[in-house]
Design a protein. Sequence first.
Length: 425
Amino acid sequence: MFSRRDLLRATAVGLAATACSSPSTGTKPIVTPKPKPKRILILGGTGFLGPKTVEVAVARGHHVTLFNRGKREKIQALDQQVSPELAAKVEHLYGNRDPELPADDEKGPDGTLLRPDGSPKGLAQLAGKSFDAVIDNSGYFPRHVAASATLLSKTSSQYIFISSISAYDEPSIPAAGGTEDMKLATLADPEVESMGAQFEHYGGLKALCEKATHAAFPGKATIVRPGYIIGPGDPTDRFTYWPMRIKQGGDVLAPGAPDDPLQWIDVRDLAEWLVTLVETETVGDFNAIGPATPARWGDVLQTCVDAAGSGAKLAWLPTSFLEANEMGEDGAFPIWTAPVGKYAGFHRWNPKRPIGAGLRYRSIKDTVTALLEWFPKELERRVRVTKELMAEGKPAPKGDPTTLRAGPKPDAEAALIAKYRDSKK
């Protein structure tokens, strides 16, 4: 099982006031000026958060450049990249951000070696290019982040690094919830370049990436630490499990208690906010977490029930029973975490700072409705891609493409509900 830390992975401009005075005064309404077009470089950009960020940035009139290996464009196993129409509006640069990898790792979508004429390879392509902002959503190792940030610091004005709530020192998280000023995680070996067998290095590596960002962009760095990112396009099915499982109907195992806290960030809200941070040139450290007011686990699941319309019934099983049956461990029920012990403050982060910097949240109903509409098409895509890759003799994604990638298996869920009910007879 991975630890909960390991499983973590409406714009200010749009909401700006347009005030109208009384017609009798003759005062003209205040019109918020359109943001000046920015030159934005995204390191990565073809996974989950990246395409949403590209969509927002292009829609707001900014000029976007993507730098990545082109892996998802060559092997469409995850296929979360921007649409062909949108991709045509974006500059694409291909290469590996690891400066120590050989040049033959750098191939375009058609498999041909890039720049055989000896022109710049890898990060060297970015040398001399100027950007108003860099959004790094593919940095996991401090050596990589230091290389890109140091190079780009000479010509770029802002570096936004997408970190994680996992970057905090887990034992230091207070039961009442933490803030951006808490102690960060550390590693016994800061030179390690692996996540570890149980992803135990993930948080510490993210913290070191943050340090590298601040060192290269002193006073010009923006650190964004999301919690659970959810919404259409999520390849993990973590939150998606709940509306889709509830859509199937019947008795649905609901772990814990209705009053348990829950926090998340919709990927579309996060993407819009990232572009807002660029437009406002906002720097500093921020937790990307919501909603604005504390949410209850029971209310979230009931929203899924109401939206799904399947007549599903929530079967609440207490944490103590789940733990006694070895189902209270990390990752057994995606998104949910029992608010006890060292996890008491896990879903109680203070959102004051990101809200002050323009982060806005859509309703959980909006997110659930979008997932219910998106996921059936996503399953069809997974099945299609798996068949295509197998027909070509290429490795296909692991697991059954017709099932959810998270949550308990149906047989285990039903057996646990039955066992609990029997214990109460």
